[in-house]
Design a protein around this ligand. Structure first.
Ligand SMILES: O=C(O)[C@H](O)COP(=O)(O)O
Length: 205
């Protein structure tokens, strides 16, 4: 019984590089982002991991990361489910703005609250709580059954959709999640118990 769940934030995107709020805007990976996704595939291959199914978002930076990882582990044709439930948090009116310009306009503290707090919505956008309200049910209904059936499942998604998922998996509070940062292209390997609790977690940094 593998019961393994691998979470990977997409590689660096064009707007990560430009320091712009991205959210649901559909931007591509940079060359560095492609290299990070390939490196994630190599790390997972070195672990001997073989996936039964892959899940990704409706956004191309996550989809390309997913495909590059699958190519890297020699499973380029694996069934991959795309769903916008796994999309990045919707950054609303902040989408497309430069993060440093936003700090100058609204202050460091307000921007940090918008980016990292649990339940404060950025203007016109989703809080992490809102994001979790779509990610967690999707995990429970569509994804977790594959893991509990003994499978090995890849999820290539986004900084905040994965923060919401990890918050629930790790049982973090709204205060604890504020300090959580996910690196681009860094695989996080969970092994679950039969009762769906977490048996182990390893970050392949
Ligand atoms: O949508 C974005 O801008 C990034 O992917 C995540 O941004 P954050 O680190 O500001 O949450």
């Amino acid at each position: 019984m593998s019961r393994t769940l691998v979470l990977v934030r997409h590689g660096q995107s064009e707007w990560n590089l430009k320091n712009l709020f991205t959210g649901w805007r559909d931007v591509d990976l940079t060359e560095q982002g492609v290299a990070e996704a390939k490196a994630a595939g190599e790390k997972l291959k070195a672990r001997g991991l073989k996936f039964d199914i892959a899940f990704t978002s409706a956004l191309k930076r996550a989809q390309r990361t997913c495909q590059l990882i699958l190519d890297g582990v020699g499973q380029g044709d694996l069934k991959t489910v795309r769903d916008q439930a796994l999309n990045e948090r919707d950054y609303g009116d902040l989408s497309g703005l430069n993060k440093d310009d936003a700090r100058k306009k609204w202050g460091e503290e307000q921007v940090h609250i918008w980016r990292r707090s649990y339940d404060v919505q950025p203007p016109g956008g989703e809080s992490l709580k809102d994001t979790g309200a779509r990610v967690w049910p999707y995990y429970l209904h569509d994804l977790q059954p594959h893991v509990l059936a003994g499978g090995t499942v890849l999820v290539a998604a986004h900084g905040n959709s994965l923060r919401a998922l990890i918050m629930a998996l790790d049982g973090l509070s709204g205060e604890e999640v504020v300090g959580m940062e996910l690196g681009t292209g860094v695989p996080i390997v969970y092994r679950l118990n039969a009762d769906s609790t977490v048996a182990s977690k390893e970050v392949l940094a």
